[in-house]
Ligand binder design. Structure first.
Ligand code: SF4
Length: 369
């Protein structure tokens, strides 16, 4: 993916198996409309329907197809006729996925178990036995050509895994907005973007958060316009970082590091108690995050025009934050005398990575809802 040629869109763009959107494109000319995808998700993102089999010209209704493992080669064959669609599907998938990437998609939601769209657990015929371990042929092309983008099936979106998918897709869209801004972003802009995402990165992938800080610092040291290679390296690493599911331990680590911003012992003790309760399952992650955020807000100046929280960037806080170095080095590189209370952003992205109404534990689209 070329990070500097993304299409600009006001909302995240998600490519979706068309049958999940209610289009009657299945083999029996029916659909598999998914209420969460079609209604709730569709209100917050731009959905692009894609049906590999229909768009390939197979029509609806059509013969069903299956994946057959023949001496290690995975073929896509008509169940009755044995017609081989393998090459046609591969060529179509490469073309269509390329188109979708150029259109700036931030993720894929694909129909489970389909020999074309299934992300995992797709039946494969091997030596007369059916084993559920395959990947649909279109989905395989997505994984190969867009390894940085989040991909989920509709079942995963009906489970807590939904939050990880949405976190990655919305973060990818924020990046796309950043690089497609009419004013070519400079290294100061990149540092600001990085600061806003720093808390989320810390929670998602601490190792890559450090790598990203190194990229930003390298760009700042050169003090030259940002080249495409820097943007591409940042983009690739950023997207891979935010794709990583956030575990309870990750939240604990991120929140504990953020507590370093609290100057009062009593506030820190209160926040520590909340984090312990979260680890013990007494309070949910979102409540714990909200409580810690409230404590951080209590001791910060908050800009009414921005949802982000800015906290004084103390040396101690910087030392505790894996992402803290970049802003410091930028300040010194700019020759700006460090003020007594330089600001570091505790980015909004960690506290509200996507619209709360989409969360797996909210509303009628919640599992079992
Ligand atoms: S699963 Fe994929 S190929 Fe099958 S009908 Fe749905 S969109 Fe089309």
């Amino acid at each position: 993916m070329n990070s500097s040629s993304f299409a600009a869109t006001t909302r995240p763009r998600i490519a979706v198996s068309a049958c999940l959107l209610g289009e009657a494109v299945r083999y029996d000319a029916t659909d598999k409309r998914d209420a969460f995808v079609g209604d709730q998700l569709g209100e917050c993102v731009e959905l692009i329907g894609v049906c590999p089999e229909f768009e390939l010209g197979m029509g609806a209704p059509r013969e069903t197809i299956e994946i057959v493992d023949r001496d290690g080669e995975l073929l896509l064959l008509g169940v009755e006729s044995g017609v081989d669609h393998t090459v046609a599907m591969r060529e179509f998938a490469e073309r269509r996925v390329g188109q979708l990437l150029r259109a700036g998609v931030d993720g894929f939601v694909l129909k489970k178990r389909s020999p074309s769209c299934g992300v995992r657990g797709v039946p494969v015929l091997r030596e007369g036995d059916r084993v559920e371990e395959g990947v649909g042929r279109f989905a395989a092309a997505v994984a190969e050509l867009a390894p940085e983008l989040p991909v989920a099936d509709e079942a995963e979106l009906a489970a807590p895994g939904r939050d990880d998918f949405l976190t990655a897709a919305f973060a990818g869209h924020r990046w796309r907005q950043f690089v497609s801004s009419p004013n070519h972003p400079g290294w100061r802009d990149l540092a600001d973007f990085h600061a806003l995402e720093s808390s989320l990165l810390l929670a998602c992938d601490e190792r890559r958060a450090v790598e990203l800080t190194r990229i930003v610092d390298g760009a700042a040291e050169k003090r030259q316009p940002l080249g495409p290679l820097v943007l591409e390296e940042y983009c690739r690493t950023f997207r891979r970082a935010v794709r990583r599911p956030i575990s309870l331990l990750d939240h604990q680590r991120a929140l504990t590091q953020l507590l370093g911003h609290l100057r009062s012992d009593s506030a820190r003790q209160a926040a520590n108690r909340i984090v312990q309760q979260m680890c013990a399952g007494i309070v949910c992650v979102e409540s714990a995050k909200d409580s810690v955020l409230a404590l951080l807000r209590d001791m910060t100046e908050r800009s009414p025009s921005s949802p982000q929280v800015a906290v004084p960037h103390t040396k101690r806080a910087a030392a505790r934050s894996s992402c803290g170095r970049s802003r410091r080095s930028l300040e010194s590189n700019q020759g700006t005398p460090a003020s007594s209370t330089p600001q570091v952003a505790v980015g909004q992205s960690y506290w509200r990575p996507f619209p709360p109404g989409l969360a797996s534990d909210s509303g009628p689209g919640a599992p079992g809802g």
